[in-house]
Structure formats: structure tokens, C-alpha cells
Design a binder for this molecule. Structure first.
Ligand SMILES: *[C@@H]1O[C@H](CO)[C@@H](O)[C@H](O)[C@H]1NC(C)=O
Ligand SMILES: *[C@@H]1O[C@H](CO)[C@@H](O)[C@H](O)[C@H]1NC(C)=O
Length: 385
């Protein structure tokens, strides 16, 4: 007769076997911590192991600096619980050329905890500043076509191009990240989201040379809360209307955000050309502006640098956008600007409890073209809706 104790132990051990994560420690697998020896192969070996494991798996990156080139974390994987715990810094080769540095594709249930990504973008920015023929640059961390991903406590330094991109994903949480690049570093958007649903960006600090967060076509159910932006170009929906056939942006919440010395605060931007794109259902709530060039702006004649502007009429339909409790200072006189499309005027714009002054004491002004909606509560500058 089988011993019940033995049966119980077998049950317990097989339970542990199936739930305890296998750990792949890149250091013990041979990665070097000197920041000079290329460890790309070891990181990829760790990923192969973790992704091929039928049990939950952890990749552990201990303290130290690891030089790595392109890391391709491709799925689908055999398990849906991979944790990448980074106590160290990943360093890109200073002359790295590719579209992406770290790229996840078709993964499910991946959690990235901690870590510093140092992309060493300065060389590429200098190249761009000198107008030589430069590569466009690599996004530091791209997450494509994936589901149930968490990025927590990560720092991204000096990306060549965008710091973090979420594209084609469902349920991605970016929390407690710190993005750092100089105010004049070109195209270093903090976090770019597009064609994705259920993304949240929480408790993060973004100082960079382009948009802190940019929200591209096909973004739905996006939640941004407790984010400090600056320097940078603000939190932007758009640019939209780049393509004739384009997916819309729907149900975006941006709350408890601060902007300091940024070019823009809460912005929606679209090119002046035909497009099927739209923006519907946005709540901007509890925002504090400090010396922001354009605190509240909808620009449907977007054309940075005024070069090769399409000079048509924006087809993007913008509706149901609410600004609630936004206060602070504008660095320019026009603190609120709604420059909407003649063909598709902005509809359902709501302003409630907005108090913006021009350089702390002078009254600011508001500017509206083709914009309709209503104002309530304290509204300074006086609404032009
Ligand atoms: C809007 O998005 C939020 C997440 O950001 C979600 O909780 C909510 O259910 C969505 N609302 C609708 C009507 O889909
Ligand atoms: C608007 O903000 C200014 C500057 O912070 C402040 O002095 C003023 O009391 C505020 N007005 C209202 C009505 O809240």
C-alpha cells in the first residue's frame, strides 16, 4: 500500500518543480561586468533558456556594467512568466547602428524589474547636429506584439532615438521608470505608445529632448498617472494624420502630471492633410504647469520646423476632450490654443477649473479656431470656446 506521507511529498515536490522559477544568471553564464567585453551572446543564451523553459523562468543580471549589442527577446515562449531582474547597467556600443537596441516581440507575461539602460546616444546626436548623413538611431527598449508585460523601476539614459516604444501590445504596465536625456537631444521621446490597448504609465519621471509621452494612432484605453515631465515636449497625442488610412485614438486618461520648462503641456497634434484618424474621449486631469511654452494645445496644422508642410486641411476628427483642474504658468502669452480643422472642427471640448497665468502674474490669453465646447468653474484665461 502506498505511504500517504510519500504521496504527499511527491505531490509537494512536483508542485515546487512546476512553480519554482528556473534562474539564468548572466554573470555565472559568462557575461562580463567590465562594460567593455561584449556580452550579447550570453544574454541571448539566457533568453533562449528562459523562453524555452516550460516553467516560470528568471533571468538575473547582477550589479555591474554589461556591454551588449542588439538583444532580440523573441517569442512565443513556452511559459508565460519570465522575469528579467536587472541590478546592473546595460551599455550599448557607442557606435551602435540598428533600429532597436532591446526588442521584445510576441512575448506574453514578461516582467522587467529594475535596471539601467545606457544607450550612449551623444555620438549620434552630435552627428545629427552637424547635419552629416547619420543613421536615424535606435530605440532603446521596444516592446512589440506582446501581452501582459510589466516594466518596473527601469532607468533609460541617453537613448539614440526613442527611449521606450510599446507597439501592437495589450496590457502593458510601465511603472516607476526614470527617463533621462538632455533637453536638446533630437527625437528622444520618452515613451511612445501606438496600436496598443490597455497600456498604463505610472509614477514615472521623464526628462528628455522630445515628447515625454507620445501617443500614436491605434492607442486605446491608455492610462497615464503621476508622471513628471521636463524638460521635454510634453505629453502628446500625435502626431496624427501622417497617413490617409489611420487608426484612431480612444479613451485616454492623463492625470496628476507635472510639466516643468517644457515646450508643451497637454498637446494633441495632427498634420494638415486628409486622414481617417480620430481622437475621441480624452481626460486631462490635475495638471500643474511651470513655465510651459504651450500648456494646453490642439494643433491641427502641425508642421515642426515649417518644412514641407502639407498645407491642406486635417481630416483627423477630435472630440470629447476634457481639461479639468489645470493650473500654473505659461512661458508665452497664449496659454490655451485650439487650432482645429476647418473641415472637422473639434467637438465637445470641456474646460473646467483651469487657471493659467503668463509668467506668474500677467494675464494669459486663449485662442480658438474651429473649436466648440463649454467651460465651467474658474477658467483663466477666459475661454474662447
Ligand atoms: C477606458 O480605459 C480604462 C483604462 O485606461 C479602462 O479601465 C476603462 O474601462 C476604459 N473605458 C471604456 C469605456 O472602455
Ligand atoms: C489663479 O492662479 C493665481 C496664481 O497662482 C492665483 O493667484 C489665483 O488666486 C488663482 N485664481 C483662482 C480663481 O483660483
Amino acid at each position: 500500500m502506498a505511504n500517504p506521507l510519500v504521496i504527499a511529498l511527491v505531490v509537494v515536490f512536483s508542485f515546487m518543480e512546476s512553480t519554482v522559477a528556473t534562474t539564468y544568471n548572466v554573470r555565472t553564464m559568462g557575461a562580463k561586468t567590465n562594460g567593455r567585453t561584449d556580452s550579447t551572446k550570453t544574454f541571448m543564451a539566457a533568453w533562449s533558456g528562459a523562453c524555452g523553459s516550460s516553467k516560470p523562468a528568471t533571468i538575473y543580471v547582477p550589479n555591474g556594467r554589461y556591454l551588449v549589442g542588439g538583444l532580440r527577446f523573441s517569442g512565443p515562449c513556452k511559459n508565460k512568466a519570465i522575469t528579467i531582474r536587472i541590478d546592473g547597467t546595460l551599455v550599448a556600443p557607442s557606435n551602435y547602428v540598428a533600429e532597436y537596441w532591446l526588442r521584445f516581440n510576441v512575448v506574453e507575461g514578461v516582467t522587467i524589474l529594475g535596471g539601467i539602460l545606457d544607450a550612449q546616444g551623444a555620438g549620434l546626436w552630435a552627428c545629427k547636429a552637424s547635419r552629416r548623413n547619420c543613421p536615424s538611431g535606435a530605440t532603446s527598449l521596444a516592446i512589440f506584439n506582446s501581452k501582459n508585460v510589466v516594466v518596473s523601476g527601469l532607468s533609460s539614459l541617453n537613448s539614440q532615438m526613442f527611449h521606450i516604444v510599446v507597439n501592437g501590445c495589450n496590457n502593458v504596465k510601465v511603472v516607476g521608470v526614470n527617463v533621462v536625456a538632455p533637453w536638446n537631444s533630437p527625437n528622444t521621446d520618452g515613451i511612445h505608445v501606438q496600436l496598443s490597448t490597455g497600456v498604463s504609465i505610472l509614477n514615472s519621471k521623464i526628462s528628455t529632448g522630445d515628447d515625454c509621452v507620445s501617443i500614436g494612432p491605434g492607442t486605446t484605453n491608455l492610462w497615464i498617472e503621476n508622471v513628471a515631465c521636463g524638460p521635454g515636449h510634453g505629453i502628446s497625442i500625435g502626431s496624427l494624420g501622417k497617413d490617409l488610412k489611420e487608426e484612431g485614438v480612444q479613451n485616454v486618461t492623463v492625470k496628476r502630471v507635472t510639466f516643468k520648462d517644457t515646450d508643451n503641456g497637454l498637446r494633441i497634434k495632427a498634420w494638415a492633410r486628409p486622414s481617417s484618424g480620430f481622437v475621441n474621449g480624452v481626460l486631462f486631469q490635475n495638471a500643474v504647469m511651470t513655465n510651459v511654452e504651450n500648456p494646453i494645445v490642439i494643433d491641427q496644422n502641425y508642421c515642426p520646423g515649417s518644412k514641407n508642410c502639407p498645407r491642406q486641411v486635417s481630416g483627423v476628427k477630435i472630440s470629447n476632450v476634457k481639461y479639468q483642474d489645470v493650473h500654473g504658468t505659461s512661458a508665452t502669452k497664449v496659454a490655451v490654443k485650439f487650432d482645429c480643422s476647418k473641415k472637422n472642427p473639434c467637438r465637445g471640448i470641456t474646460i473646467q477649473d483651469v487657471n493659467l497665468s503668463f509668467k506668474n502674474q500677467l494675464p494669459a490669453s486663449a485662442y480658438c479656431v474651429n473649436a466648440a465646447g463649454r467651460a465651467s468653474g474658474v477658467v483663466k484665461p477666459t475661454s474662447c470656446l
